[in-house]
Ligand binder design. Structure first.
Ligand code: SF4
Ligand code: SF4
Length: 476
C-alpha cells in the first residue's frame, strides 16, 4: 500500500518487499491460519449466518410472481429489488453502478475494509464455510500442516477425500446459486431436472461456475483478495490517516518483547509480548504490527487473538483494534473530513438524479430498424413497400396493446400477421411491419417518415425512420 508505515520502531518498508503467501523461491507459501475465537469472531459468525441465508434465499424471493433479484447478462435484463431494468435503461444502470461505486468509496474512506472482513462473499464462504469444514476434518493449523507433510496413509486419503467431496458439493451449490441469480431459479431447475444434452449451455455454465469456486476456495484462497480483487487494489488510494481500520497500537505496544518474570525491563517494554498469535491467526499471513497493509482484509482475527493474550497477561485489551492512524498517534478520531464531505455530496447528487430518472422513465418503449439487406418491395397496383423490425418493451406489470401509425400522407402501415401487438407484462417483443405507398407518390428516393406508437389510442413514442423507393414509374 502506498501509505507509509508510521511505526517508528520498525524498518518501515522491508515487509513490503515480499508477499507472505509467496516464498523466496517464488513458490506458494501455504497459509495455515490458526483457529480463532473471541468477541468479533462470534459476531462475524452470527452475521455470516444471516448473510448466507439472504444470499441463498435471494433467487427464490418472488414478488407478484417475478424474481426480486435477477442479473440476466445474457438477455440484458436486470431485476434489482423488484425493479426491472432493460437494455433501454442502460443510463439508469450506469447511475446505479456509479452510486454503488461512490458509496463503496465513501464507506471505505470512513470505515476501511469493513466490507471485506464482514460481508464479502469471498470471505464469508472462505472463513465461515470452507475453513470451518477444513478445521472440522483436518484439525487446527498445526494438524493441517502435519497432515500435508505426512505420507499418503489411509487416514490422510480418507481426510483429504472427505474434504474434497464436501468442498465439491458446496462448490456445486454455489455454482447453482450463481446461475440462479443469472438466469432465474426456474431455468436452473430445468437444467437440474433434464438431461445435460437438452441444455448444454446451462449445464456447462453450472459446471464452470462450480469449478471456479472449487478452485478458489480449495486452492486459490487468500490470493483472490491479495492478487485479483480490484477493490483490494483500490485501498492504497482510498484509505487515509483518518480511515478506521484494524490497526496495531504501536504507541502502546512498542518496544515489544516477551514478559520476563521478576525482571525490571530497562527501557520499559510496551504491551506487545511478541507472542506472534496475531500473525498465526491471519488468513492472509501478514503481521499487522507492520502497519496497514493491502493484504489485510480486516477480518478482525488478530484483534480477537491479541485481546485473548492481553486478558491473560492482565493488560488492557484493544492493542489491536478498530481505529485510525491519527487516533493511535494523537488519540483523536475524526470522521467527517473534507474527503468524506466531498464524496457525500457527490453521492447525494447521484441519488437525486437517479430518483428523477426513475420517476420519468418510459413504461413502454420501442425501437424500429429497417429489415437488414432489403431496400423496397414492388407490389401490385403500382404500390411499393419497405419492411421494418420493431422491438417493444413492456416495463409495466400489465398486458399492453400497441398500435402503430405513420405521419405521412398517403402512406399505410401493415403489421405482419396482426392488427396490433399484444405485450405480456414485463416482456420484450419483436415484430415486423410494412410501410406502403403508391409508387407514383414517391418524391424522393429516401423519405424521412415519423412513426407514432400508440397504447390505448394514446401516443407513447415517436420514432423517425426512412422510406426508400425509386422516384418515377416502376419497371413492369
Ligand atoms: S491483519 Fe488481522 S484483520 Fe488483517 S487480515 Fe490479518 S488477521 Fe485479519
Ligand atoms: S497478539 Fe498482541 S501481544 Fe501477541 S504479538 Fe500480536 S500484538 Fe503482540
Amino acid at each position: 500500500m502506498a501509505k507509509k508505515n508510521q511505526n517508528p520502531h520498525l524498518n518501515p518498508e522491508t515487509f513490503r518487499d515480499a508477499l507472505a503467501s509467496v516464498g523466496d523461491d517464488g513458490k506458494r507459501n501455504w497459509v495455515y491460519p490458526k483457529k480463532v475465537k473471541g468477541f468479533y469472531f462470534r459476531y462475524r459468525t452470527y452475521l455470516s449466518w444471516v448473510l448466507l441465508a439472504v444470499l441463498f434465499a435471494g433467487p427464490f424471493i418472488r414478488i407478484d410472481g417475478r424474481p426480486y433479484m435477477l442479473f440476466n447478462i445474457f438477455e440484458r435484463k436486470f431485476i434489482i429489488f423488484g425493479a426491472v431494468f432493460w437494455p433501454q435503461d442502460t443510463i439508469l444502470l450506469i447511475f446505479l453502478l456509479l452510486i454503488l461505486f461512490v458509496f463503496v468509496i465513501l464507506f471505505t474512506v470512513v470505515f476501511g475494509r469493513v466490507w471485506c472482513g464482514w460481508a464479502c462473499p469471498q470471505t464469508l464462504f472462505m472463513e465461515m464455510v470452507f475453513r470451518k469444514i477444513e478445521y472440522l476434518i483436518e484439525g487446527d493449523a498445526n494438524q493441517q500442516r502435519t497432515l500435508n507433510e505426512a505420507p499418503w496413509t489411509g487416514e490422510k486419503i480418507w481426510k483429504k477425500g472427505l474434504k474434497t467431496t464436501v468442498f465439491a458439493f458446496i462448490s456445486l451449490l454455489i455454482g447453482h446459486l450463481v446461475m440462479a441469480y443469472l438466469i432465474g431459479v426456474d431455468e436452473v431447475r430445468e437444467i437440474v431436472t433434464r438431461p445435460p444434452s437438452e441444455n448444454i449451455a446451462g449445464f456447462t455454465g453450472v459446471l464452470a461456475f462450480s469449478g471456479i469456486f472449487m478452485f478458489v476456495f480449495a486452492w486459490f484462497r487468500e490470493q483472490a483478495c491479495i492478487v485479483v480483487c480490484p477493490y483490494g487494489r483500490l485501498q492504497g488510494v482510498l484509505l487515509d490517516d483518518n480511515s478506521i481500520n484494524v490497526i496495531y497500537d504501536y504507541i502502546r505496544g512498542e518496544p515489544r518483547g516477551p514478559i520476563r518474570k521478576n525482571v525490571v525491563e530497562e527501557p520499559a517494554k510496551g504491551d506487545c509480548v511478541d507472542c506472534g498469535l496475531c500473525v498465526q491467526v491471519c488468513p492472509t499471513g501478514i503481521d499487522i504490527r507492520n502497519g496497514t497493509q493491502m493484504e489485510c482484509v480486516n477480518c478482525t482475527a488478530c484483534i480477537d487473538a491479541c485481546d485473548e493474550v492481553m486478558v491473560k497477561v492482565e493488560r488492557p485489551t484493544g492493542l489491536i483494534r478498530y481505529a485510525s492512524e491519527n487516533s493511535v498517534k494523537g488519540g483523536v478520531q475524526k470522521l467527517f473530513t473534507g474527503r468524506v464531505r466531498g464524496f457525500s455530496l457527490v453521492l447525494v447528487v447521484l441519488l437525486g438524479a437517479f430518483v428523477a430518472l426513475i420517476a420519468t422513465r418510459d413504461e413502454l418503449a420501442g425501437t424500429v430498424t429497417r429489415f437488414p439487406g432489403m431496400t423496397y418491395q414492388e407490389r401490385e397496383a403500382g404500390r411499393v413497400s419497405n419492411l421494418y423490425n420493431i422491438t417493444l418493451i413492456n416495463k409495466t406489470f400489465e398486458q399492453q396493446r400497441v398500435e402503430i401509425d405513420v405521419l405521412a400522407d398517403g402512406m399505410d402501415v401493415e403489421i405482419v400477421g396482426a392488427k396490433e401487438w399484444v405485450l405480456a407484462p414485463q416482456t420484450k417483443f419483436e415484430g415486423r411491419f410494412f410501410l406502403v405507398r403508391n409508387q407514383a407518390d414517391v418524391k424522393v428516393p429516401q423519405e424521412k417518415v415519423t412513426l407514432q406508437l400508440l397504447n390505448h389510442g394514446e401516443e407513447f413514442d415517436e420514432i423517425e425512420t426512412n422510406f426508400m423507393a425509386p422516384v418515377g414509374a416502376l419497371k413492369q
